[in-house]
Design a protein around this ligand. Sequence first.
Ligand SMILES: Cc1ncc(COP(=O)(O)O)c(C=O)c1O
Length: 419
Amino acid sequence: MDTYSYAQSQALFDRAVKVIPCGVPGHMSPAVNIPPSAYPIYAARSEGALFWDVDGNEFIDYMCGYGPMILGYRNPVVDGAARRQADEADLTMCASPKMVELAETLVDMVDAMDWAFFAKNGGDVTNYAAMVARSATGRKKMVAIKGGYHGVAPWMQALGHHGILEEDHTHTLRIPWNDVAAFEQVIAEHPGNVAGFIATPYHVPTFYDNELPDPGYWKQIEAICRKEGIVLIVDDIRHGFRLNMKGSHVHYGFTPDLVCYCKALANGYPISALMGTEAMKNEAAKVFYTGSYWYQAVPMAAALACLEELKRLDAPAWMLKQGSDLFGKMETMAAGYGFHLKVTGEPSMPNVRLTDDPSGMLHQAWCAECTKRGAFFASHHNWFISTAHDDEVLARTLAICDEAFQVIKEAAEKGRLAS
Ligand SMILES: Cc1ncc(COP(=O)(O)O)c(C=O)c1O
């Protein structure tokens, strides 16, 4: 198999760095994929589970655009609904009836949630959730998990990031995942002043293995929140619709007060949602929160079509099955080459890591060799499965993995891992 080269991507990037800070800022920066020379920078086209870069290289996307793609790129059902809505109206001077329809659909679908509020990005609604929790309780502190990510607002970004002040974190308290005692301790240290607890359904720290909730963890957190009057917020922005259409809280058997959705809600059209219980509705109404494009009807029409299609396909169950099949075979294949591939999290959204080399270089080399052959694997972040990852796509992926294992095995034996 020939490996890819990226001359056109590089030429565009050389132009970009002159006019855009970092060239490609944020999570799609080439700096996050190591070695950068193994990865494309600009995409030109997409279809199903695939995208093509500006050099014409074809990739099976195991990042799904970092999560939003769940039904395959350019899904005809979703894109058709979006086009029909665009022919009628998108942003006008009034809200769209689609907003009512979408809120009703979500309320019918998501367990225990009685209302929905729409914005654009995930961070819009995690921030709103914290404001609602503070308004509802009259308290200041937000408890979050160490290594948990909820967006780019200063109180959510890690301390030490440029532009973030210590004051921004005065009211953010971080505790370890799966540590109920730490939650109790932090409440005792700030009596009557904890407004909310926010966490993802399971822990997905960048660069580390994913961690599922311990048995009983969420139920215990819920019980403490109820006893102490703390608002329980699930950040389902990444996991949402990849575990259970009724909410990841149903998958893990507990009831939150607020749930945040974004990534896969509209298969790539820009929309996010905060959902909440009846008790939170008036509190949400009190908080002023809005944005220039939050009332666009096209993403709402896309979301309606996306949810309908996900339900029709029983998508979470299907993605969990495809993921179990693929990652099980990948683990066995790795073992055949004498490597240990560790798969953590749930199979529709797992973290995958070769553990044989503590420096991480072996894992980076394998991901790079796979990517250069057409299976886009990030080495620092969990991967995503979509309904477009069908059996044929999985078989092609495994053939690429096999060749990449041979390459890194030979390189490791010759002591030449870094490329
Ligand atoms: C769990 C989680 N919460 C919040 C966010 C923030 O979403 P956005 O980047 O759309 O603001 C992300 C984004 O990756 C996320 O994964």
